[in-house]
Design a protein around this ligand. Sequence first.
Ligand code: UDP
Length: 265
Amino acid sequence: MEIMAETSPDTTENRPGGKSIPSISMLGVKVHRIDMATTLEAIRGFIVEDGPHMIVTADASMIAMAQEDDELKSIINSADLVTPDGSGIIKGARILGTPLIERVSGVDISRHLCRLSAEDGFSVFLLGAEPGVAELAAENLTRDYPGMHLAGTHHGYFKPDQDAEIAAKVRDSGAQVLLVAMGIPRQEKLIRARIQEMGVSVAMGVGGSLDVFAGKVKRAPVWFQNHGLEWAYRLAKDRSKISKVAVLPKFLMMVVKERLFGSRK
Ligand code: UDP
């Protein structure tokens, strides 16, 4: 199943199987107009197909970062699937006049994949977070989804010169799905550089998701999530998130400019 890269606004993309997934362009970055159900269907297709597939869960901070980082921008635009992860992107798409359907976050996709692993039989490798966190996350997830196939875990505090060694560990585990929780853009760059040698069918960057699954970080209550205020809750809980939150108004201003004056490139 191929969801072709296309960055022009409001483009309908064809993929085999008669279905199509449209995408929009936001500040030169592709984002698919997709809901959770279609995302999971696409990922299940990727798992049974040959070859590796990269999924990006894009939030406003990532799109803002991509304005200064051409490598990151090209990684996002060449990904097989880019989901809208965060209220900033949903607001931005509305401002551009190309609204998206709903938030499809890395943490939610990851949970669904662990559930589907038990049903479909594919295996999942958890890579990232501080030592011990991936193991705790695995313990909680395998308890929540009995029958989930865990291929392995590894923490995310290793140097780039150990990337090959970690990639070999993932390959040797036989994992089909790899969730990488090492933060933006490290996780996206690691996946793009090593996805072939890791031998996985699907790899996805999932930010702080393993901290959430391990119970180290609480997600915002549903009310905050439904009102696009998850960022405010996180900031109130953890002041170190200030730089990530501060990027939001800057991001929305860039989107307003794109709406008024067109794209810069
Ligand atoms: N992390 C990691 N290796 C590093 C730096 C960070 O594994 O070298 C982990 C960190 O422990 C945390 C996650 O990456 O679990 C980043 O979470 P955050 O919510 O900051 O992600 P982002 O906002 O970048 O998506």
